[in-house]
Write a protein that binds this ligand. Structure first.
Ligand SMILES: NC(=O)c1ccc[n+]([C@@H]2O[C@H](COP(=O)([O-])OP(=O)(O)OC[C@H]3O[C@@H](n4cnc5c(N)ncnc54)[C@H](OP(=O)(O)O)[C@@H]3O)[C@@H](O)[C@H]2O)c1
Length: 234
């Protein structure tokens, strides 16, 4: 199995590299030129393709021959970085490749997610201020996901809850929609978000799905794991 990790130098990306190597996968990592040094500890075990993740030529080279592509979708800047990244992956990945993208709970595919007032306010006010400061464009992450949803490729969009650092607790549980009681704790270890992303590569039940995840040891997961019909303890 050969996998490409796009956005490899970030926290999520580095955890995904570690999980992929642990599984014996061949890894190609794409990261910005100025971040290559962050991957020093992996340098002799992976191929690094330096460049912006929305650079179509960089992505074309990096995903060639890959069975799976793991993409960290980030809404940085005002130049359509997330949608450019997603489009480049959709256009250049091998036809049969599994494509797994990361984002947050705020992304909805069918509008049936039920959000807390706090999350709605955070997205609305935080998103507005970040856009005003021209630092982050949440709308572009939404656009990126809409393009993925419209694609007939073998994609999965993994929606992360709030994240924390710490040792792995195991594969997160997930639900089809935010608002499912199993997700109530709204906390996942970042290392386990990465574990879910890598596990999705070989889980065909997740093709064209949009799982919202939460830590398997979180209180709500433990309380509802067997009770909720929507909960899928993968
Ligand atoms: N943070 C959360 O609480 C949270 C919650 C739910 C879901 N998520 C999702 O989890 C994924 C990872 O997010 P994360 O917050 O944990 O961050 P992360 O893993 O550290 O990744 C951040 C990524 O953004 C890149 N980046 C940083 N500044 C940039 C810039 N100015 N221009 C272009 N790229 C830039 C980084 O690349 P460099 O290494 O080159 O800087 C890195 O690839 C995202 O898809 C996010 O939507 C996050």
């Amino acid at each position: 199995m050969k996998v490409c990790i796009i956005g490899a130098s970030g926290k999520l990306g580095q955890y995904m590299i570690a999980h992929a190597l642990e599984r014996g996968y061949e890894v190609v990592g794409v990261c910005r030129e100025q971040s290559v040094a962050k991957l020093d500890r992996f340098a002799d075990r992976i191929t690094i393709v330096p460049g912006d993740t929305d650079d179509r030529e960089v992505i074309r080279r990096a995903v060639a021959g890959c069975d799976g592509v793991l993409t960290v979708l980030v809404p940085w800047g005002m130049n359509h970085y997330a949608s450019g990244t997603a489009q480049a992956v959709l256009d250049h990945a091998e036809p049969s490749a599994r494509l797994v993208f990361s984002c947050g709970w705020h992304i909805t595919r069918d509008g049936k997610d039920v959000y807390s007032r706090k999350l709605r306010a955070l997205v609305k006010i935080g998103g507005f201020l970040a856009r005003l400061a021209r630092v982050v464009d949440l709308d572009d992450q939404v656009e990126a996901c809409n393009r993925i949803f419209a694609s007939d490729r073998r994609w999965t969009v993994v929606r992360g809850s709030d994240l924390e650092e710490g040792e792995s607790q195991g594969l997160p549980v997930w639900a089809e929609h935010v608002g499912d009681p199993i997700l109530e704790s709204n906390l996942t270890r970042r290392i386990d978000f990465a574990l879910f992303m890598v596990a999705a590569l070989t889980d065909d039940t997740l093709v064209q799905r949009v799982p919202a995840i939460v830590g398997c040891e979180s209180e709500s997961a433990r309380r509802h794991a067997t009770a909720s019909p929507m909960a899928q303890a993968s």
